[in-house]
Design a protein around this ligand. Structure first.
Ligand code: NAG
Ligand code: NAG
Ligand code: NAG
Ligand code: NAG
Length: 489
């Protein structure tokens, strides 16, 4: 981890596990565990060893807002089919998901459970799971349906497979590592009963991957950032104004798990089965429900394709284009302005990517450790700490783009007394700092006020032989990966 001190760690005869984000520095947890537990931890990405030792019917805390606990619902709500999709999930985790659904959904509302196995190769998901299904169905014939893919199809097609197998008027699409809490179903089914065009996500808490404790999450809306990763959002102002924590929260997108009227879901085109990567379908659906565009995560390529031919192979989108026309979808800009106004728009971006200096092209400008505001040079990996954006207002953002107005602002490159620093752009603007840079592709990066250039300086103490500096321009040149069409850098 660049800039972090190296630590000596001792874990007696056990194994040390480091887990954390590889993209952002500074968020790591350490734990010690024995060989069997370690193996399972690495295989599942969570503490499967512990899961196998926890009750399938364990109690969990009820974090519902007070108002929810006392609500009553009509008895004639529509029935729901719950779909669980998985690949190589721990059997105990799947069974606990099923048990919690059965224990905490009123019997007359839960029509069936559908398991979609996206071609797991894990042995316990073969016979043992089959036995569990048989046993359950012996008591309640046909209650659990099993769908097995003969090759891996991915998350999106798995969800659609589950939907196809479902027969209740409402379908709930979930991952298979969840635990349902008391009263989860009634308010959702009530709202869909009132209006079948609503797509509803329950409120989530977190099952900690390591200890399986339940961690309360704040009530939130769901959205996405500019890398199209899902994220939780602060609920909109209109919701806060209600002063009613049991009121539903309007959400511009959906994270993974949602509940939908089965037929309505087909009318709006299910999920884009041409999408391969986790995450995009939620964005796409959020966008489509509110009548917009067909957006997907074979990244922005598919969107870009609608606006202009990007030349990237994104699969056949003719069908999705036709759907867009049929549903009379509005533009992505309309969606951002009207439905997701919290999202920051970056319409003045003219270039983005990594910044390399021609003196040493395997090094890139990098935000450095989270713990300070000092940009560094680092081996190019192109992940978010090395994202650079240059705007028509001559600002240079470094690091992950701030997704919404509720997040911290972007970090701007600033000349602070002749040293390169990363400072929140709005702060730098307010303090009239030196944050504007003249930059042309393949040319220098020069501060418009101080006239100093961002350059490399030899430094043999540094592991890469160079360090970043601001100095009198010597004619060093920088290149950024992408220029937006129409920009004239
Ligand atoms: C809960 O509901 C009952 C009956 O419906 C009512 O008497 C009681 O006051 C309610 N409690 C709260 C805290 O609202
Ligand atoms: C919000 O509701 C609580 C009770 O639920 C009440 O005590 C409080 O005064 C309310 N606040 C406003 C600003 O209405
Ligand atoms: C809070 O919202 C719920 C759900 O919409 C509603 O049933 C309830 O009446 C609201 N409470 C108040 C005090 O407005
Ligand atoms: C930078 O680019 C200019 C113009 O293309 C060129 O003349 C100059 O030699 C380059 N400088 C370096 C250090 O490569």
């Amino acid at each position: 981890i660049p800039g972090e001190r190296k630590l000596a760690l001792r874990c007696s005869d056990r194994h040390l596990v480091v887990r954390g984000s590889t993209e952002r520095y500074g968020r790591y947890t350490l734990s010690c565990r024995g060989p069997m537990a370690l193996k399972m931890f690495q295989y599942y990405g969570y503490n499967g060893y512990l899961s196998d030792r926890l009750s399938m019917d364990r109690p969990i805390p009820d974090y519902r807002p007070e108002g929810c606990k006392n609500m009553s619902y009509p008895s004639n709500l529509p029935q729901v089919s719950i779909v669980f999709i998985f690949v190589n999930e721990a059997l105990s985790v799947i069974v606990r998901s099923i048990h919690s659904a059965m224990n905490r959904t009123p019997r007359h509302l839960l029509k069936e459970i559908i398991l979609v196995d996206d071609n797991s190769n894990n042995d316990e998901l073969k016979e043992k799971l089959q036995d569990f299904v048989k046993e359950t169905n012996a008591k309640q014939p046909g209650f659990i349906k099993m769908v097995r893919h003969s090759k891996q199809e991915g998350l999106i097609r798995s969800r659609v497979s589950g939907w196809r197998a479902a027969s209740a008027p409402v379908v709930a699409l979930f991952d298979a590592h969840v635990e349902f809490n008391t009263g989860w179903a009634e308010p959702i089914l009530q709202r869909i009963k009132e209006d079948r065009t609503r797509i509803i996500s329950p409120s989530f808490d977190n099952i900690k991957y390591d200890t399986f404790e339940i961690e309360e999450y704040p009530l939130s809306a769901q959205g996405f950032d500019w890398e199209l990763w899902c994220r939780y959002l602060n609920p909109p102002k209109s919701w806060w104004n209600l002063n009613n924590s049991s009121a539903p929260i309007r959400s511009p997108a959906l994270i993974g798990c949602f509940v939908v009227d089965r037929e309505y879901f087909a009318e709006i085109g299910l999920l884009d089965e041409g999408m391969e990567i986790y995450g995009g379908e939620n964005v796409e659906l959020g966008v489509r429900v509110r009548n917009y565009i067909i957006l997907s995560r074979n990244t922005f390529a598919r969107i870009a394709h609608i606006e202009r031919d990007s030349g990237i192979d994104i699969g056949d989108i003719a069908e999705r284009k036709a759907l867009r026309k049929k549903l009379q979808c509005k533009t992505f800009r309309w969606y951002l302005v009207n439905i997701y106004p919290e999202m920051r728009m970056y319409t003045d971006t003219i270039a983005y990517g990594v910044l390399r200096n021609s003196l040493k092209t395997d090094l890139c400008l990098d935000q450095g450790p989270d713990t300070d505001n000092i940009p560094i040079l680092y081996l190019c990996h192109g992940m978010s700490p090395q994202n650079v954006y240059y705007t028509s207002t001559q600002q240079l953002f470094v690091g992950v783009l701030s997704p919404t107005i509720d997040d911290d602002d972007n970090k701007c490159l600033v000349d602070v007394n002749g040293r390169p620093r990363l400072i929140e752009c709005s702060y730098a603007v307010a303090k009239r700092m030196k944050l504007h840079w003249r930059f042309t592709q393949g040319g220098s990066i020069q501060n418009t006020k101080s006239k100093r250039c961002l350059e490399l300086m030899e430094n043999n103490d540094n592991e890469f032989g160079y360090q970043l500096t601001l100095q009198k321009c010597t004619g060093q040149n920088w290149t950024i990966t992408n220029m937006l069409p129409g920009s004239t850098l």
